[in-house]
Design a protein around this ligand. Sequence first.
Ligand code: NI
Length: 175
Amino acid sequence: MEKKYPMALRDVIKLPNPVLRRKAHKVTDFGSDFQACVEDMIETMRNEPGVGLAAPQVNISQRLIVVEYPEDDEIEDALPKLFIVANPEFNLMSKDLVKGTEGCLSVPNLLGQVERSNEVIITGLDRRGKKQTIHARGWLARIFQHEVDHLNGVLFVDRALELYQPEEVQANERV
Ligand code: NI
């Protein structure tokens, strides 16, 4: 496929940048600016590297997230799957909560224990503006909850039961 939109890395903004605290706007235009943003976010996420990125993290206050993570990470050597979701909404957030260690590309050198639903169903639009539904469990469900929080100006530090400065941040904690 011909690449119409050459990719470029974007800077990931960090706290206390106020854009991270804004409620992002719904995506209504799926034109070339949006397509370029999608491509840049994918490249920026892979370059960091991270497993998820929300548009406000690249200073764009739009309801767009990209996630790249296996659908079932309990399968050995499972390949990561790329998800691009505009205007994501949760249709289901399971009541069974699981604790996990999260970090954030916008909050460097900090990790925290966060309780999240173990299973979610997300509806939203794909990059062409077509409706899509995603069923996610486990760590993938956690990543989606973390990224959708970004669209509402919420950061993992707001939800964390405890925070600490790690010696090292694991790849799947970078979201
Ligand atoms: Ni984050």
